[in-house]
Structures are given as structure tokens and as C-alpha cells.
Write a new protein. Structure first.
Length: 427
């Protein structure tokens, strides 16, 4: 305790240098905390958007379908999808499930046409696994799949504007079956959505499932069944349930393995389904961490240099302490304590100064979608919010204090090793 009090007094005795080093530490620590909260929020935001907009938590598909998904194959569909959906809902880990039938289609208004991925869904079920119903900007979400007794369609705003249609108008969808035979069906626009994710807004439309089945002669088949984990369950648990269904088992350990083998199913988690987005986020995260490390290192380099100069300027003071009986180890501990005191105060100030900004970004959020190119293959929908964890605070404090102490101990040990007479003669 006496050593800490002496260290605190020494910090106050050198106000100019203490303030300079303290400012450097405050800025470096605040940047680290804000950066860590930003990176954590970025990952949660993007991954959450992917699951909410597109993949759900897990999916059940025909084996080999995902590898061919880019061509939207109607020759690799999963039969008896309604039965499989009911089996999935019987699993305790699954809270919701929705059949999807994806087809390569051309949607027209009679005047203009646009190539899209047409996704046949039961709109009431789809509401439970994705959040598209929350992003309707015109018209309404057709839960029953009908608009004025006609099969319903949901269009992205860019598609609706290009075609020149609005809710209530008729659009025509052309698609081919597994034999390449094309057919045309009309749908009534129920609503227009805008997720803020160009990949979906511009390239996908949602259609009433049974009408799409008739269009491509798909019978009772679907491309995939999208699963959402039950409340309190993790996405990995929903994936495990899908894996059981793929091999013909269920939560009770029973099932029809022969039927499952005939269907040739596979289960995929959201990370596998969104591998491109996951790879992009991981690359971005690594770059963010590298940038933080560089910024922090530059700040600490100035602080380390300042501390080193300060210690060497106090060579005669160290010699005097040695002359009155203080041991080398105690001298080093004194300088370590000074650095720890200054760093601790700086960390506290940094946390206080960073808190309002982190609170605002964590509650009000930031509209990233308005400031990034729409071509990026990353879903920017809702406002981005930072995520501050206790680990960020503890980690930033530990690094700042640890580096500060090391920066003081290294030159102090060198000076303390010199003889008292030599140190007293130095200028």
C-alpha cells in the first residue's frame, strides 16, 4: 500500500508528462473498446440478418441440391415436403418450418420483364421463419396467399418500380418444369417489400406455393424446408433436429430410415447455407482487428517512448533511492506501480468517455445500408447496433495496464542495474 501511495504521489509530481501519457492511453483504450464493440455488433448484425432474411436457422434439402442451387434445379426437388415439415415441427428444438420451392422465372407486367428467382411459399408459414413481413413498404402481407381471390405475389421495390406495378396489379410469371417445358401463370401483387439487401430486393419474388407447384409440375415437392429454432433453443439444435430427420429419426429415437434413404435428404446449418456471407464477415472482422491493433500500437508506441525517456531522466532519482537503501527490485516495482496507477486512471476515464457513444450506437443504432454500395453481398437491413461485452472492457483494461507496466519496467530494470556511483554521475 505504501508503494502505491508513493507511486500515486510520483505521478502527481510530474503533471505534464502524466497528462501526456494519460491522454495517449485514454484515446488508445477508448478506440479499442469502441472497436471491439463495433466488431461484435457487426458480426451479430450481419449473421442475424442472414438468418432473418434468407436461411432461417437450418434447412432440410434433397442431397446435392445446395451444390446445384445456383441454377435453381427443379429436377432435384424434395418430395413429400408437407409431411417432412410436419415431422420437423414435432421436434422440440424446432419452433417453425416453411416449405420453399425456388424456380428460375421471368416476371412481366405485360410491358416489361425481369429475370428473378421465384420462391413459392405458404406466406403464413414463411412469416414464422423470416422477417420479410416486417419490411412491407406498400400493400400488405398476404397471409392466406390470396389477393382478391387470385394467387398472391410479393415483389421487391426495385422490381415493382421497374415493372411499373403496385399492390393490386397483375403480374405474369413464366417458368419451366424439369423437362424444360415453359408455362405462364398470373399472380396478383399483394405487397412490395424492401429489405435493404439488394441481392433479395432486386432478384427474388415470393409467390403462392401451390400455384408455383402447378406452374412447374412439382406435385407435392419443394426445394427446401426452412427451420427456425424454438424459443430458448440455439440454431445448432435446430440443425441437429434436421439431421435426425434426414436419416429418418426423430427426438423419440424412432422414425422411418428406409423412407429417409429413399428421399436422399441432407441437413445444413445457416453458416453452410450462407458460406459466402460468413467468409466475407470473417475477412472483414480480421481486417477490423488488424486495424485496431495498428491504431492501438501506434498510440502505445508514443506512450512507451515517453515512459522510457521519463525513466531515463530520473536516473539520478533512482540512484538516490538505491543509496538510501532501496533494493533494485523495489525500485522496479515502484515504477511498475506508477505505470499501473496512471494506466488504471486512464482506463476509467476512457470507459467514461466512450460510454455515451456506445450507448447511443447500441440503442439508436446506425443506418449502414444508406452508406454502402448495394452490390455488396452482405445483408444490411435494420440499423446496425454495437454490442459491448464485459470481456471487451476487461480485455482492453488488461492490455492497456499490462503494456504500460511493461513499458515502465523494461527501462527501469536497465537503470536499476547500474551502480549507484555511475548513476549519480549521469546527467
Amino acid at each position: 500500500m505504501d508503494l502505491l501511495l508513493l507511486a500515486a504521489r510520483n505521478v502527481l509530481r510530474q503533471p505534464r508528462r502524466s497528462v501526456l501519457n494519460g491522454v495517449i492511453l485514454v484515446v488508445a483504450t477508448a478506440v479499442m473498446v469502441i472497436g471491439l464493440a463495433w466488431v461484435a455488433g457487426y458480426g451479430r448484425y450481419i449473421y442475424g440478418s442472414v438468418r432473418d432474411f434468407e436461411t432461417g436457422d437450418a434447412q432440410l434439402l434433397r442431397a446435392g441440391y445446395q451444390a446445384e442451387a445456383a441454377r435453381l434445379p427443379v429436377d432435384l426437388l424434395m418430395p413429400r415436403s408437407a409431411e417432412l415439415r410436419e415431422a420437423a415441427l414435432a421436434e422440440p428444438e424446432v419452433g417453425a418450418a416453411s416449405e420453399r420451392l425456388s424456380v428460375a422465372a421471368r416476371v412481366t407486367s405485360g410491358r416489361r420483364g425481369h429475370r428473378v428467382e421465384g420462391i413459392g411459399v405458404r406466406f403464413r408459414d414463411e412469416r414464422e421463419v423470416t422477417t420479410i413481413a416486417d419490411y412491407i413498404v406498400a400493400g400488405s402481407y398476404p397471409d392466406d396467399g390470396l389477393v382478391n381471390e387470385a394467387p398472391a405475389a410479393l415483389l421487391g421495390r426495385p422490381v415493382a418500380e421497374y415493372l411499373g406495378v403496385e399492390p393490386g396489379d397483375t403480374v405474369y410469371v413464366r417458368a419451366a418444369d424439369a423437362d424444360g417445358v415453359e408455362d405462364l401463370v398470373d399472380f396478383r401483387v399483394g405487397g412490395v417489400f424492401e429489405l435493404g439487401y439488394a441481392h433479395i430486393d432486386r432478384n427474388r419474388i415470393f409467390l403462392e406455393l401451390d400455384t408455383v407447384r402447378t406452374l412447374v409440375r412439382a406435385g407435392d415437392s419443394a426445394s427446401r424446408i426452412v427451420l427456425r429454432a424454438a424459443e430458448g433453443r440455439a440454431p445448432a439444435e435446430a440443425r441437429a433436429a434436421a439431421e435426425r430427420l434426414a436419416v429418418g429419426e426423430n427426438s423419440s429415437g424412432t422414425g422411418d430410415a428406409d423412407t429417409a434413404a429413399d428421399l436422399e435428404l441432407e441437413a445444413l446449418g445457416w453458416r453452410e447455407l450462407a458460406s459466402t456471407v460468413v467468409a466475407a464477415v470473417e475477412a472483414d472482422t480480421a481486417m477490423f482487428y488488424l486495424m485496431l491493433a495498428v491504431i492501438f500500437a501506434l498510440g502505445l508506441f508514443g506512450m512507451v517512448n515517453s515512459v522510457s525517456v521519463s525513466v531515463r531522466e530520473r536516473t539520478r532519482e533512482i540512484a538516490t533511492l538505491r543509496a538510501v537503501g532501496m533494493r533494485r527490485r523495489t525500485v522496479v516495482r515502484l515504477f511498475a506501480a506508477e505505470a499501473a496507477v496512471l494506466a488504471t486512471v486512464s482506463v476509467i476515464v476512457a470507459f467514461i468517455l466512450a460510454s455515451p457513444l456506445l450507448w447511443y450506437w447500441g440503442t439508436a443504432g446506425i443506418d449502414i445500408a444508406a452508406h454502402v454500395p448495394p452490390e455488396l453481398p452482405i445483408p444490411f437491413g435494420e440499423r446496425f447496433r454495437t454490442v459491448l461485452r464485459w470481456g471487451h472492457l476487461v480485455g482492453a483494461a488488461a492490455v492497456t495496464i499490462g503494456v504500460s507496466v511493461a513499458a515502465a519496467v523494461w527501462p527501469a530494470r536497465g537503470v536499476a542495474r547500474r551502480s549507484v556511483a555511475e548513476a549519480l554521475r549521469s546527467k
